[in-house]
Design a protein around this ligand. Structure first.
Ligand code: NAP
Length: 289
């Protein structure tokens, strides 16, 4: 049975390590308040290696569900009673619904990314795509793009082994090159959509692209999408806009993946467009997208 908080609300949370920085409680509680649904969302520090122990706790304490961030997304997969299609595809879970004692694992990262991209008016089928990065986010993005019929995907990554492992997940659809300026130039040439899935330019990382002149190689119709949402405008996006290119940050993806997670938790349909402005204001996530 689902336990309630003292106020009679269904319990939800995000787990991770670190988790302090997570914007999920702000975003989810803003949506919960706007929708007037009976849930409350918190955060829990759960260390690496403690995923199973946390699941036992969540069941015992009657949680209705939780989101997972690093380092639990992959570890959750074999612990689920049931997996949604995308969670199976990516081999990673970011949303767990607890129904009775059964845990159902979903992944809303790829869906969130794809919805945000199509909101930009960018069509994916047949488009040539260059992905910068080959980490966890790049994997969800790449596999969603492949699933949606994207044209050839070129992965540029600093560590070639990681790029190769990613490309092996969809052989014949993805190829990889390096991350030197000449590679980035090659990747940008003839590309329709360039997506930054690295952490370069993110607040707090102190690392930036050394040279963004590769953007000069992009055709004029190309779109540039940065998964980073803090700062609201990375140097990559600023430079893309200076060149007159269509550009967007990762805020839309962040909000959509949260909307889809709450739909799974609460079993309701949510109008994401109605939520967007409310969430941005309630969470102070504004700034130029
Ligand atoms: P991750 O698994 O740690 O991957 C990080 C990627 O960045 C790897 O490809 C790594 O290359 C590359 N990288 C890091 N430092 C670099 C440097 N100095 N030079 C070149 N490449 C570098 O992280 P992730 O989970 O994929 O997240 C990546 C970014 O996406 C983060 O900024 C995160 O905030 C953002 N993100 C946004 C959303 C959203 O909702 N908008 C969701 C998920 C992630 P190597 O393989 O060589 O290490």
């Amino acid at each position: 049975m689902m336990e309630k908080t003292e106020q009679g609300l269904g319990r939800l949370c995000v787990i991770g390590d670190p988790v302090e920085h997570s914007k999920s409680p702000l975003i989810q509680n803003a949506m919960i308040a706007k929708l007037g649904i009976p849930y409350h969302y918190t955060k829990r520090l759960v260390h690496q290696g403690d995923t199973q122990e946390w699941l036992d706790t969540a069941r015992r304490e009657g949680f209705a569900g939780f989101n997972a961030t690093m380092p639990h997304k992959v570890a959750l997969v074999p612990l689920m009673d049931e997996l949604g299609e995308d969670a199976r595809l990516y081999g990673a879970v970011n949303t767990v619904c607890i129904r009775g004692k059964r845990c159902i694992g979903h992944n809303t990262d790829g869906m969130g990314f794809y919805q945000a991209l199509t909101d930009l008016g960018v069509e994916v089928p047949g488009r040539r795509i260059t992905l910068l990065g080959a980490g966890g986010a790049a994997k969800a993005v790449a596999l969603k793009l492949v699933q949606q019929g994207a044209g050839p995907i070129t992965v540029c990554n600093r560590t070639p082994q990681k790029a190769e492992a990613l490309c092996n997940l969809a052989k014949g659809r993805m190829g990889h090159i390096g991350f030197a300026l000449e590679d980035l130039r090659r990747g940008a040439r003839d590309c329709d959509i360039l997506i930054n899935c690295t952490s370069l330019g993110m607040t707090g990382t102190n690392s930036q692209f050394r040279d963004l002149s590769f953007l000069d190689e992009l055709p004029g119709h190309a779109a540039v999408f940065d998964l980073i949402y803090s700062p609201a405008e990375t140097e990559l996006l600023r430079q893309a806009r200076l060149r007159g290119l269509k550009a967007a940050n990762g805020l839309g993806m962040l909000i959509y993946q949260a909307v889809f997670a709450l739909e799974y938790f609460a079993g309701v349909r949510i109008n994401a467009k109605e939520m967007e402005q409310h969430v941005i204001e309630a969470c102070g996530l504004g700034g130029e997208a």
